[in-house]
Design a protein around this ligand. Structure first.
Ligand code: MG
Length: 125
């Protein structure tokens, strides 16, 4: 995946979606059912652990409703996903990240959009 990351800083805060991004998109009506466990997309868990070991902040974001926090946290725990924060209820619309440029004019924000259920294994940070 081609990108232009600021190699000088190398401290990243990653906002990463859940459904369809780190684990497979499931039927929304199934998400909260007892015993439901999303299937991790190949390579996603290793990538998250790699980012964690590099000291990156991992903020998981999801359009899932806040009322699904407990079940979502359990699913993440069962899957072995490490993270710093879980931000819920951000809706299913397009996400827009706004952040000022660095004082030297370098970019301070980047976007990666893998195909649904492709996963994050190809993203090198
Ligand atoms: Mg998604």
């Amino acid at each position: 995946m081609e990108h232009n990351i600021d190699q000088a800083t190398k401290i990243y805060t990653i906002f990463c979606d859940l459904d369809g991004t780190i684990w497979e998109q499931g039927d929304p009506s199934e998400l909260a059912k007892p015993g439901y466990q999303p299937k991790m997309i190949h390579g996603s868990l290793d990538k998250i652990r790699e980012w964690d070991s590099k000291g990156y902040r991992i903020i998981l974001t999801t359009g899932r409703k806040e009322s699904l926090r407990e079940v979502t946290a359990k699913q993440l725990s069962y899957a072995g996903v490490v993270y710093d924060q879980l931000v819920m209820g951000i809706g299913g619309g397009s996400r827009v990240l706004i952040n000022d440029l660095r004082s030297n004019g370098d970019r301070s924000a980047f976007v990666f959009q893998p195909e649904r259920n492709q996963g994050i294994a190809e993203i090198d940070l």
